[in-house]
Design a protein around this ligand. Structure first.
Ligand SMILES: [Zn+2]
Length: 184
């Protein structure tokens, strides 16, 4: 079980490393890791359990955030229409993205970043990503836009040691990004 103490913060240089591909068939250890990540996100979104175990609610978690430098992340969130998107992607690969940019109106947050970094984070509006989905146990190609696309790009960045605030314009953090769709 993953607890608050198991999630490393941006003070830890491990978070800045690149992750490696996961090999198939999955090892017992890798399978345990992805299962624990799925469980953490589920529990963190449950009011009673998050209080009981002192879990910070999250819509996504990438393996490097628990110190495992392997290409895996979990996303669980509702899109703008209230449709739930739940993925546990292994070896995800960004296949393509829109020219159109976007950014989250409220800015982004991260379980590994305890201090707040105000500012807009430029993201692709739409993306297409492939990977093995551990939840459905099959290879998938996911096409998403808006909020879900932003979350997935945030988690995908973790696999390359990139944090959301790396993308914030240091001089003009809160100037709306030109030509980008504001996602609320
Ligand atoms: Zn994060």
């Amino acid at each position: 079980m993953i607890l608050k103490k198991d999630i490393i913060t941006d003070k830890n240089p491990l978070l800045r490393n690149r992750s490696v591909d996961v090999t198939f068939p999955l090892s017992k250890e890798d399978e345990q890791t992805i299962q624990d990540m799925i469980k953490y996100i589920d529990m963190s979104q449950d009011n009673d359990l998050s209080l009981k175990y002192d879990l910070q609610p999250g819509v996504g978690l990438a393996a490097p955030q628990i110190g495992v430098l392997k290409k895996m992340f979990v996303v669980k969130a509702e899109d703008e229409k209230g449709v739930l998107h739940h993925y546990a992607l292994i070896n995800p690969k960004l296949l393509s993205h829109s020219v159109q940019d976007s950014y989250l109106a409220s800015g982004e947050g991260c379980l590994s970043v305890p201090t707040s970094h105000e500012g807009f984070v430029k993201r692709h509006y739409k993306i297409k990503m492939s990977g093995y989905d551990y939840l459905t146990k099959q290879d998938v190609v996911i096409s998403v836009k808006g909020y879900i696309s932003i979350i997935i790009q945030h988690e995908y960045d973790h696999l390359f040691g990139i944090l959301y605030y790396d993308h914030i314009d240091k001089k003009n953090p809160l100037v709306p990004i030109e030509g980008a769709i504001e996602v609320v």
